[in-house]
Design a protein around this ligand. Structure first.
Ligand code: ADP
Ligand code: ZN
Length: 652
C-alpha cells in the first residue's frame, strides 16, 4: 500500500466542516460520473478543503488525480467553480472529458465568436455550468470579473500552479496576475494544484497567491508504476533507442534529446528504419509543432523525438516509455519529463542513456545562454551568477543520481525529502540486477589514477583509456604511451567500461577534467589529479564505487520485469488492440483524444473480463453512467462479436 503524507488534516480549523454525509455524496458522484470506486488517500482531504472553502495547495505527482479534487466538489456544490489553466489545449481536454462524463463545463477563450460567447454567458448566468475554464489573461479582464461577480463565484482552482513561480520550470508571467484574486473575490477560496515538488516553489505559490491559512496536502512522490533504467550511452544512440522501442511495439513513447539537431537526426534515422517517428522542438514552426502534438495525442503517431520544449500540454495518458538520449539538467526536470509516462496508472518504462560527457554538454549550453543573457529563458533570472551556480549544483546532483548504485526510486523520492519504504523496488536497473557494482573498484581506480599521473596529466580520457588497455596504435607509439609502467594495466576491460569509470571517478571527485586551450583556439578536456586522487592512490581513501552493466549472454536483450508487465495479466491482447482501434475511430469522429473516450486501464479491464452485459460492464473502473449510456453498447458489441469469432469465454 502506498504511503501518503498528510501535512494538514481534513476537518480543520476552518469555520465550515465537511460532514460524513458529504463524503458519501462525493463517493457517489465519482462513481456515477467517472466510474471511480475509491478515492485515493489525498483526494478526500483535498475535496474537503474545497467544500469547506478553505484555501489549499495540493501537490501530487503527475497522474495522481488532481483534477478530480476540484471537479467532484464542483458537482456536489452545484455552483460554478472557475478553473484557471495555462493552455487552451489543456482546457479543451478537460472540458471534453467532463462533457463525456455528463458534467456541464465550458471554456471561455479569445478564439470564440461573439455569438458563442453570448451563449456561454447565458448558460453561466443561468447557473448551468459546474466548471468554467479560463486563461489567466481572460480572468483579469473587467468584463470577465463582472460576470464572475454576478454569479458570486466562491471557488477558484488553479491548475499547474507552479507556473506562477519563476523558481519552477514553466514560469508564465501572466500567472502573476492571479495575485489579485484574493483581493477582488474576498469571499472565494483559492485552490492551487501542482506536481512540482520543490519546497521553494510551494512557498512561492502560497505567497504569490496570498493563500490564507491554506491546507497543504503533499502526496507521495514515488511513481510506483514507472520503472527506471539508467544505462551507459554507447556511441551513436540509434541501436540503444531501437532496443527500447522494440520492447514497446505499437505503444506511445517520447524520446528526449538535448539539442534540436539531435532531434532532427534521430527522427530521420528512426524513419529510415521504418518507424513512424515525428519531431518536436522550438525551431519548428507553430504549425509543424501542433501537427506533431495532435498526431501523438490522437494516437496516429506513437513515437515523438523532442527537446524539452515538448512538455506541458501532452495529454496522452498512455505514454508507455520516456527515453532520454542524454541526462536532463536536473532531477526536477527528470521527474517532470519521466512523469509524462504512465499517467493512466499502468506500468511505463523510463530509460536514460547516460554519459559522463553530459554534464559538460549542459555546462557549455548554460555558459553560452548566460553570455547571451536577457534572452529567452534567462530573462527572468534576477542574478545570472547565482543562477549559474544553482544550475551547476542541479547538474551535479543529476549526474550523481545517474551514477549512484542504489535504488533509483529510493534516491528520487529522497531528493524530494521523502523516504521510500521498500528495500527492493523491483522496477529499476539496480534492484533488477541489470547494473552491478564492479569488484575491485579501488584497485581499478588506483590504476587509472596512476596512469594519469604517469602521463603527467597531459591527456584526455580517450588516450588514457587506450594506454591502460595496452593498445598498439600509431598515436600511442608516437607519444611513447607503450613505454610507461601503466601500459596495458587494465587490458582485460572493455574500452567503454574504462571511459565510464573515468567519468564515475570524476563525479566522485577523485579525478578532474579540465578544458585546456591550445594556441589554435581549440579547447580539449584533459584529465588532472586533485587531493582526492592522491588519497586514493595512497590507500587513504577507499570508498570508491564503480558500476557496469551486468554480464549477459551474447545477443541477450533487456526484458521487462514481472513488475513491469503485471497489468497485462489476464488481458486478451488481441481484444485490447481491436478495442483500441475502435476507440481511435470514435475519437477521430468526435475530434477528441482517445483517452477522453476511455483510458487504457478501462480497455484492459474490458479485455480481461470480456463482459457479456451492460450490467457487468458498469462495474469496470472508468465507466460511469454517461459513458455507459453513450458507449457501452458499442464496446459490448465489440466484445460479443470477438467472443463469437474466437470462441473466447465471457465474464471471466
Ligand atoms: P493529474 O492532473 O494529477 O496529473 P489527472 O487528474 O489527470 O491527474 O488523473 C489521472 C488519471 O487518474 C485520470 O484518468 C483520472 O480519471 C484517474 N483517477 C483519478 N482519481 C482516481 C481514483 N481515485 N481512482 C482511479 N482513477 C483515478
Ligand atoms: Zn529500485
Amino acid at each position: 500500500m502506498i504511503k501518503w503524507f498528510l501535512f494538514a488534516q481534513c476537518h480543520s480549523e476552518s469555520n465550515m466542516q465537511t460532514f460524513p454525509s458529504q463524503i458519501t455524496q462525493l463517493n457517489d458522484i465519482v462513481a456515477k460520473h467517472w466510474g471511480i470506486r475509491e478515492l485515493r488517500p489525498l483526494q478526500e482531504p483535498a475535496m474537503c478543503s474545497v467544500l469547506e472553502g478553505r484555501d489549499s495547495l495540493v501537490v501530487m505527482p503527475t497522474g495522481g488525480g488532481k483534477s478530480l479534487c476540484f471537479q467532484a466538489p464542483a458537482v456536489l456544490r452545484g455552483d460554478t467553480t472557475v478553473v484557471i489553466s495555462p493552455l487552451i489545449s489543456l482546457m479543451k481536454d478537460q472540458v471534453d472529458g467532463l462533457l463525456a462524463s455528463g458534467i456541464s463545463a465550458i471554456q471561455l477563450n479569445s478564439s470564440q465568436t461573439a455569438e458563442e460567447r453570448q451563449q456561454h454567458e447565458r448558460n453561466i448566468l443561468n447557473g448551468n455550468v459546474r466548471l468554467l475554464f479560463v486563461s489567466p489573461e481572460r480572468l483579469v479582464q473587467a468584463d470577465m470579473q463582472d460576470l464572475l461577480r454576478k454569479i458570486d463565484v466562491r471557488t477558484f482552482a488553479i491548475d499547474e500552479a507552479h507556473c506562477i513561480s519563476h523558481w519552477g520550470h514553466d514560469f508564465r508571467p501572466e500567472y502573476r496576475q492571479m495575485r489579485m484574486l484574493k483581493t477582488i473575490f474576498p469571499k472565494a477560496s483559492v485552490h492551487a494544484y501542482t506536481a512540482t515538488a520543490t519546497q521553494q516553489v510551494r512557498t512561492d505559490i502560497i505567497q504569490q497567491l496570498g493563500l490564507k491559512d491554506p491546507s497543504i496536502l503533499v502526496g507521495n512522490f514515488d511513481r510506483a508504476n514507472l520503472s527506471y533504467r539508467i544505462i551507459s550511452r554507447r556511441g551513436g544512440v540509434l541501436k540503444q533507442v531501437l532496443s527500447v522501442i522494440d520492447r514497446h511495439k505499437k505503444e506511445g513513447g517520447i524520446i528526449y534529446c538535448i539539442r534540436r539537431a539531435e532531434v532532427d537526426e534521430l527522427t530521420k534515422d528512426l524513419k529510415a528504419t521504418g518507424i513512424k517517428a515525428m519531431a518536436y522542438h522550438a525551431g519548428m514552426t507553430a504549425q509543424e509543432r501542433s501537427q506533431t502534438q495532435e498526431a501523438f495525442s490522437e494516437e496516429h503517431c506513437d513515437v515523438v523525438v523532442a527537446t524539452v520544449a515538448f512538455g506541458m500540454g501532452i495529454d496522452r495518458s498512455n505514454v508507455r516509455y520516456v527515453l532520454h538520449t542524454a541526462m536532463p539538467k536536473s532531477l526536477e526536470a527528470y521527474q517532470q519529463e519521466t512523469g509524462r509516462a504512465g499517467r493512466d496508472g499502468l506500468e511505463a518504462e523510463c530509460v536514460l542513456l547516460h554519459s559522463g560527457a553530459d554534464v559538460f554538454t549542459w555546462k557549455a549550453i548554460m555558459q553560452k545562454a548566460a553570455s547571451e543573457q536577457n534572452q529567452g529563458q534567462y530573462q527572468y533570472q534576477e542574478n545570472d551568477h547565482s543562477y549559474l551556480e544553482t544550475a551547476n549544483e542541479h547538474l551535479h546532483l543529476m549526474d550523481r543520481y545517474c551514477r549512484g548504485a542504489a535504488c533509483r526510486h529510493a534516491l528520487l523520492v529522497a531528493h524530494f525529502g521523502q523516504t521510500y519504504g521498500k528495500d527492493n523496488c523491483g522496477a529499476c536497473d539496480i534492484c533488477l540486477g541489470e547494473t552491478v557494482e564492479v569488484e575491485g573498484a579501488l584497485i581499478i581506480a588506483q590504476k587509472i589514477l596512476s596512469c594519469v599521473a604517469r602521463l603527467k596529466e597531459k591527456y584526455g580520457i580517450g588516450y588514457v583509456a587506450a594506454v591502460l588497455r595496452g593498445e598498439n596504435s600509431q598515436e600511442i607509439r608516437a607519444r611513447g604511451g607503450q613505454s610507461i609502467s601503466t601500459y596495458g594495466l587494465l587490458k582485460e576491460y572493455h574500452l567503454n567500461d574504462l571511459r565510464d569509470w573515468m567519468y564515475q571517478l570524476i563525479s566522485q571527485e577523485v579525478l578532474v577534467q579540465e578544458n585546456v586551450e591550445y594556441d589554435s583556439g581549440r579547447s580539449v578536456p584533459i584529465l588532472k589529479l586533485n587531493g582526492g586522487s592522491w588519497q586514493v592512490m595512497r590507500g587513504q581513501r577507499t570508498n570508491i564505487r564503480l558500476l557496469k552493466p551486468a554480464e549477459r549472454k551474447k545477443g541477450e536483450r533487456t526484458k521487462l520485469s514481472k513488475a513491469e508487465t503485471g497489468s497485462w495479466d489476464g488481458v486478451d491482447r488481441d481484444l485490447f488492440e481491436s478495442m483500441r482501434e475502435l476507440r481511435r475511430q470514435i475519437a477521430d469522429a468526435r475530434r477528441v483524444p482517445p483517452y477522453i473516450i476511455f483510458p487504457d486501464s478501462t480497455l484492459r479491464e474490458l479485455a480481461r473480463i470480456r463482459p457479456s452485459s451492460l450490467e457487468r460492464m458498469r462495474m469496470v473502473s472508468g465507466i460511469g453512467d454517461a459513458k455507459l449510456r453513450d458507449l457501452g453498447q458499442t464496446f459490448l458489441d465489440a466484445v460479443l462479436s470477438y467472443s463469437k469469432a474466437t470462441g473466447a469465454s465471457l465474464d471471466t
